[in-house]
Design a protein around this ligand. Structure first.
Ligand SMILES: Nc1ncnc2c1ncn2[C@@H]1O[C@H](COP(=O)(O)OP(=O)(O)OP(=O)(O)O)[C@@H](O)[C@H]1O
Length: 305
């Protein structure tokens, strides 16, 4: 276990819209918290336009000891992408609707406890992925969930209720695609309800898609849910919420270091990457950058993910 770093200059990257959470007093709260403890807090507000380029430039022009992402999975992914390959560690203030990566890393969901990581932490280097050239720290997928995430992001309502409503509407008419997945270990060909590329374990909804995946082992998993009859849906959902992904005859996982994903009859495919829906050219190449991101974790954080 590494001893805590001395972090004096800290940048907080704030996403004003994440999680539908009012953040009007957040800056003053964080500022006061840091000042009281002899730390200096600076702030970068995301706009939704060119945030990665602007953030990279900002970090290059300053000497930060750590950068905290204050938002949801998209904001965490943005900051992680800017920090990957650098020594500067990533901190997370979970302020989104799902907060998947922070949960996988056992980061406190409560604001003050998450801020304690500034002086009481350990640093863990985790793997990151490139999915079709796009940075991914947590999970990416093709198929049913990507479709629901796209509808959700383009809709007016956020929150888990809206996600479930869209999922139920889309499920009835959903036509699973056929995939050919070539990894450095094996080739899979078949029809799938969804295909998840997993660096971590658990969606923000607490669905465990990749039970024993490790975030720092230099490998990732491709988790497949094959088409299932309606009568099996409840059982599969139960398995996903109870850490038993592998127990179904409709699921399988491929562990690998690189993969190419073709979607039959599609030159472009909808892909969800760290909560953001994107259109990508197929075949989609997936590569791993082992231990490329340093993350601040509680001293007691479990090592599962
Ligand atoms: N100022 C802004 N105005 C509008 N959109 C923004 C702004 N800043 C960032 N965004 C958008 O916010 C999205 C990322 O949100 P984020 O994932 O952090 O929160 P969330 O979706 O509520 O939470 P989670 O992903 O945990 O469910 C990105 O699509 C980004 O482009």
């Amino acid at each position: 276990m590494s001893s805590p770093l001395v972090l004096r200059q800290i940048l907080f990257v704030l996403n004003p819209i994440s999680g539908d959470i009012d953040k009007s007093s957040l800056e003053a709260t964080v500022q006061a918290f840091c000042t009281e403890r002899g730390r200096h807090a600076s702030f970068f507000h995301t706009t939704g336009e060119q945030d990665l380029e602007k953030l990279r430039q900002h970090i290059d022009q300053h000497s930060y000891d750590a950068v905290f992402a204050a938002g949801g999975d998209g904001t965490v992914s943005l900051v992680a992408s800017a920090l990957a390959g650098r020594d500067i560690p990533l901190g997370i203030l979970p302020l989104g609707s799902g907060n998947g990566l922070s949960k996988d890393l056992d980061i406190p969901q409560e604001q003050e406890q998450a801020l304690h990581l500034i002086w009481d932490h350990r640093v863990r280097a985790i793997d990151t992925l490139k999915v079709g050239g796009t940075f991914c720290a947590h999970l990416a997928d093709l198929g049913f969930n990507a479709l629901v995430v796209e509808r959700f992001c383009n809709g007016d309502t956020r929150g888990p209720g809206a996600y479930v409503r869209i999922a139920m509407q889309e499920y009835l008419d959903y036509e699973p695609a056929t995939y050919r997945i070539i990894t450095d270990q094996e080739t899979y060909e078949g029809t799938a309800f969804m295909v998840t590329v997993a660096n971590a374990n658990t969606f923000g909804s607490n669905v465990v898609i990749n039970p024993d995946g490790q975030l720092d082992d230099g490998e990732f998993e491709i988790c497949l849910i094959e088409p299932f009859p309606g009568t099996a849906a409840i059982g599969i959902l139960y398995q996903l919420y109870t850490d038993n992904f592998d127990d179904s005859i409709y699921t399988r996982r491929l562990r690998c270091r690189r993969a190419s994903i073709e979607v039959s009859g599609q030159q472009r495919a909808l892909v969800q990457v760290d909560g953001e829906p994107l259109e990508m050219d197929t075949p989609i190449q997936v590569t791993i950058q082992p231990q490329s991101l340093r993350v601040l974790l509680p001293q007691s954080a479990a090592e599962r993910a």
